[in-house]
Each structure stands twice: as structure tokens, then as C-alpha cells.
Design a protein. Structure first.
Length: 599
């Protein structure tokens, strides 16, 4: 590839690979030891293959070798009829040296980017270092681009064609695509390059390599973590083979530890590169504040500081970073407030019963039937009870369609948050799944365990009083539930058991027969409201999830949930009479039933 553009495209491919590596962050932290070893080896093979390939091209003159030796000059003289002077030969040699130097520098940067960024974090030195390296690669590529433009536009210094290989003009297209990729790929690392602006770095720690950088390698070396992949044995001389393998393993891991230490130290040195610009930006920021701010002192967010996860103690989180984090969370809360569930909010706000008496679905005499030890597999949950009550309510005859649809839409909104609370607090997972399936059947197909709701409603004698019609619906559901339970002997029918308990309690409470729809709506509201008193606990748990790689997304979900339900939480805490129960008992509906049914 003797052409100028050909050569620059070759060098540009190295810069492009550096940009790719700077943006390549495999999630190695989530892997076990064997997966980690396999992926690190694969990553090493990838980078080493690229580097060796490029080194071969440099050494053989494929990269950085525009024809300038005696043989090439004579060949070009015959082909292109060029005449060369000493100055031209010097210019060609100088161009070769420039291309070769850039190629070698790119290779060094590519090697430095291997197995470091995967331990990425906002304050990590490898973050800033990889950003600086990517920016340096971009600048080097910019130099080659300018050099190519100058060389191609100056016929006196360009004895060869812009592209003179079998690829012809397509080399120019490759070069342009690579350049676009380098420009776009530098944006994110460039932003990370100035992470030091947001973190107070200690100069004393610049040459100190913390143990967490090579702790895993130490564990592998001294055998505190077993690696089945390294348990290789031979059929002959088993003991000797084990000694050889163990020694070889120790040597390789010791080399890897030294290499890791060197890489971290180099990264810490590279972090110093953006410091001058950082100081300038801080001075401008201070000047801007001095001119435009009111002069009031800013309060440090010492309380919030302890909630930010950091890898090392050597990097102290700056106040500006805390402010940025709090600002982003505040904006997310404001956006979420616009998506508040208005139907559910109105249902809870307009509920005349503020003492959760609707949760007490079973009176004192028959409560033991629901919670008896013999039926422990039939325990209820918030969502299943809501679905069961809603099924009965929307099946009642002679109810205005607007009222029925309004209740259905409100329950639809409420169940999203009820289910989220149950999932977050890990409440009765098997019953939750049954409730989800049942609700889909009721909401989308208007059926209850295969029975059409319209068919159940059509069996009622509508000529009589409304009280009798309501009671008939309840009795029909009880009959179907009993039949399901008897047919499913040996395997618990959770949904049928819930319907059986609910209908029996309704039949016993004769006062509720008169305005059963309103009574059921009130009970549904009370049950959802009681469940949603656990929203603060659910939000806090999402913020404190122990899985680090899922924590950011979990916190975002928690913040959105807080924004959407803030008014509901305030109403429940200010207007409702929350029982004085143990906090650990509040997530369970059976604990509420027992407390409210007690003396």
C-alpha cells in the first residue's frame, strides 16, 4: 500500500482500534473466577494479536514506508517519470519517520488500554487515564490528517499518488469512516477525561497502588480462590506435573501482578495531564461565582456524602459532584411527579374511611379460618385480595357503566404500585404470580378461572331487589370457588381459596348487602392504601440493594417511584390513621387483619 492515503488509512486503523478499546468496558465484576479468567485471557489474546499484527507491519515496512529507497526510486522513475533531488529524498525519509513514530505511539497506547478500563468507576484513575489516552489518539490522528492534506495538496512534496494500491479509491472511504468513528468515539472518553475536576485527588496517593487493584490475582496465586481451569494433570508423573503447573502459575500470576501495578501507576501519572486545564476551569468557575453569585456560603452535603459508593478512600468526593448528583435526582423526581397516578390518588383522597377498616375482611369469629395452620398454603396477599374484590364488584348487576369503568381504571393503576411493593419486599412470591395471572384474565378476557363474568351475571334473577341480586352473585362465586377447591385436592388453588374467604365474609356481613358495590370499592381502596403505607420502606430498600452492578438502575426506579407517589405517601401519613403496629408487620395483610380484628 504505497500511496499516501493508503498509509494514513493503515495508521488510522490503529487509532481507530485505540478508540474502540477506550470505549470497551466488559462487565467483569459480575463474573465468577472461571468466567473472569476466561474473559481476561480472551481480552488479552485480542489485544496481543492486534499489537503483534501491527508490529509486524511496521517492521516489514507495510506501515510507515512510502517508497523512498533506491530500488523504489528507480521503479517510480520508470513508472511515473519522476526526477528526485536530495531535498525530496530527505522529505520522504522524514515522512516515513513521522508515520512510523505515530504508529508506534498508537501501539503503545493500545497496549496501555488493555484490562484497565473494565474496573471502571466515576472516580477511578483508569477512567481519566483511558479518556486522556483516547484524546491523545484523537490528536495524533488529527496530525496525520493535516499532514495528509498538506502532502496531497503540495505536488512538489508528493512523488506518489494519494492512493496506489489494489483498493484504489475505496481506501479514501475507509479513511473517512475511520476518522468519523474516532471523532464520535472520543466524545465519551473526553467527558470522562475530566473526572478529576469532580474529585479531589491526593498527590501522595499518585504512586501508591491500592490492594484492590490486584487482590483477585493474589487470591488466584495463593489458592484462596480455586480455578478448575488450572487443574491440569498428566497421566505420568502426577506430582511433578502438579509442581510444574503450580510453579508456572505462580510465575505468570506474579508477572500479571507486576504488570497491573505498572499499568495503574502509569494511569495515575497520565491523570496529571488534564490538571492544568482543570485548574483553569476551576479558576473560571470561581471567578464566575464571585461575579454573579449572591455571596452566600454553600452548605456542604455531609449527610448525603456517606451514601455515595466509592472504590478507594484516596479519592475524596468533591462538593460539586454531590451537587450534580442531587440535581439530577431532583430533576428526575420533578419529571416523575408529572406522571403521578391521578385516579389512584383521587380514590385514596376521596375515601371516606380513613382507618383501614376495609382491611378487616373477616370478623373476629371467622378470622381463624383464613389464617389457620391447616391452610397455611392458602395465605393471601394484597394484590390477590384486590383482584378478588374487583372481580366481584365489576360483575354486580345494575351498576352504572361509568362507575364500573372508573373503579376498574383506578384498580389498574393501584395494582402497579401494590405489585411493586410486594415484589420489592419479597412478599409471597407464588401468590403474587397467581394474582398477576388472575388479574390479566379478569382485566383482558373478563373471566375468573375460566368462567366468563357475563355468564355468571346472566344467572342472576334481575327481577328481584338489588340486595338479592348482589347476594346471588356472591353465592355464585362462592359455589364456583368451592368447586375449584374440591377438584384441586392435593394441589392448593390459591385464587379459589381467596374467593372462598372473601365471599364467605361478605355473606356474613349482611349490612354490606345493601350497597355492595360502594362497600367493595371502599374495601379495595382501604386494602391498596394499607399496602401503599409500605412505599417508604420499598423505596429505601431499592436504594440499598446489595448488588452493585444493579444499584444505579435500582436507585433510578426508587426515585421515579418517589416522584410518582409522593402525594399519596403524604396523604396516607397525614390523613389516614395508620395502626400502631410493629414496622416488620406492616407489609403483611394477615398481620393487619389480626391487628384490626383484635380487641
Amino acid at each position: 500500500m504505497p500511496g499516501v492515503v493508503d498509509q494514513v488509512a493503515k495508521v488510522g486503523s490503529i487509532a481507530f482500534m485505540c478508540t474502540i478499546m477506550a470505549n470497551f468496558f466488559p462487565s467483569l465484576a459480575t463474573m465468577n473466577s472461571n468466567e473472569l479468567l476466561t474473559n481476561v485471557i480472551a481480552l488479552g489474546v485480542l489485544v496481543i494479536t492486534l499489537v503483534v499484527n501491527i508490529c509486524i507491519q511496521i517492521s516489514t515496512g507495510v506501515v510507515g514506508n512510502i517508497p523512498n529507497n533506491k530500488f523504489d526510486i528507480e521503479l517510480l522513475k520508470d513508472v511515473y517519470d519522476f526526477e528526485y533531488e536530495a531535498t525530496e529524498l530527505w522529505s520522504l525519509n522524514n515522512q516515513d519517520q513521522q508515520l512510523t513514530a505515530i504508529a508506534i505511539l498508537d501501539v503503545a497506547l493500545l497496549l496501555l488500554l488493555k484490562c484497565s478500563p473494565q474496573f471502571i468507576s466515576a472516580c477511578s484513575v483508569t477512567t481519566t487515564a483511558s479518556g486522556v489516552i483516547c484524546v491523545l489518539t484523537f490528536l495524533l490522528h488529527g496530525v496525520t490528517v493535516l499532514w495528509t492534506i498538506a502532502l496531497c495538496t503540495d505536488p512538489d512534496s508528493n512523488p506518489t499518488k494519494p492512493y496506489d494500491s489494489a483498493y484504489n479509491g475505496s481506501t479514501l472511504g475507509i479513511f473517512i469512516v475511520q476518522s468519523i468513528g474516532i471523532i464520535l468515539g472520543t466524545v465519551a472518553p473526553f467527558a470522562r477525561c475530566f473526572a478529576s475536576i469532580s474529585f479531589k485527588l491526593s498527590i501522595k496517593s499518585m504512586f501508591k497502588v491500592e490492594k484492590y487493584w490486584f487482590q483477585k490475582l493474589l487470591d488466584w496465586k495463593y489458592g484462596s480462590i480455586s480455578l478448575p481451569l488450572l487443574r491440569i494433570s498428566f497421566p505420568f508423573g502426577k506430582h511433578k506435573s502438579k509442581v510444574v503447573i503450580r510453579t508456572l502459575k505462580d510465575v505468570v500470576l506474579h508477572f500479571c501482578i507486576i504488570l497491573q501495578v505498572v499499568v495503574v501507576v502509569v494511569c495515575k501519572i497520565i491523570v496529571l495531564v488534564p490538571f492544568p486545564l482543570t485548574i483553569c476551569l476551576r479558576c473560571l468557575k470561581w471567578l464566575f461565582r464571585a461575579v454573579f453569585s449572591s455571596g452566600g456560603k454553600t452548605n456542604e452535603n455531609t449527610e448525603q456524602r456517606k451514601y455515595v459508593l466509592q472504590v478507594g478512600n484516596e479519592n475524596q468526593l468533591a462538593e460539586s459532584t454531590l451537587k450534580s448528583l442531587l440535581k439530577s435526582l431532583s430533576e428526575l423526581i420533578k419529571k416523575s411527579e408529572k406522571k403521578e397516578p391521578k385516579r389512584l390518588l383521587n380514590l385514596i383522597k376521596e375515601n371516606p374511611n380513613k382507618n383501614f377498616q376495609g382491611v378487616r375482611m373477616f370478623d373476629k369469629d371467622d378470622h381463624h379460618v383464613q389464617c389457620s395452620p391447616s391452610k397455611v398454603e392458602y395465605q393471601d396477599c394484597w394484590s390477590l385480595t384486590v383482584v378478588t374484590l374487583t372481580t366481584i364488584a365489576i360483575t354486580l348487576p345494575n351498576i352504572e357503566k361509568a362507575k364500573r369503568d372508573s373503579l376498574l381504571k383506578s384498580v389498574r393503576q393501584g395494582l402497579e404500585y401494590v405489585t411493586l411493593v410486594e415484589e420489592t419486599l419479597d412478599l409471597n412470591v407464588s401468590i403474587q404470580n397467581a394474582a398477576k395471572i388472575l388479574w390479566e384474565e379478569v382485566d383482558f378476557r373478563h373471566k375468573w378461572l375460566g368462567s366468563k363474568l357475563k355468564k355468571i351475571a346472566s344467572q342472576v334473577n334481575k327481577g328481584g331487589a338489588q340486595v338479592d341480586a348482589n347476594l346471588q352473585i356472591v353465592q355464585l362465586f362462592l359455589k364456583k370457588a368451592t368447586s375449584k377447591i374440591e377438584k384441586g385436592r392435593g394441589s392448593p388453588n390459591i385464587c379459589a381459596n381467596s374467593m372462598s374467604g372473601v365471599t364467605e365474609s361478605i355473606i356474613r356481613d349482611k349490612e354490606s348487602h345493601k350497597k355492595l358495590f360502594d362497600e367493595l370499592s371502599s374495601r379495595i381502596t382501604d386494602i391498596m392504601a394499607a399496602c401503599l403505607t409500605n412505599l417508604p420502606q420499598a423505596i429505601a430498600k431499592k436504594c440499598h440493594t446489595s448488588v452493585i452492578e444493579k444499584r444505579e438502575e435500582s436507585v433510578k426506579v426508587a426515585v421515579k417511584l418517589l416522584g410518582e407517589t409522593k402525594k399519596i405517601i403524604n396523604i396516607l401519613q397525614e390523613d389516614y390513621d395508620i395502626p400502631n403496629m410493629e414496622p416488620k408487620d406492616l407489609p403483611f395483610i394477615d398481620k393487619w387483619c389480626a391487628y384490626l380484628s383484635g380487641p
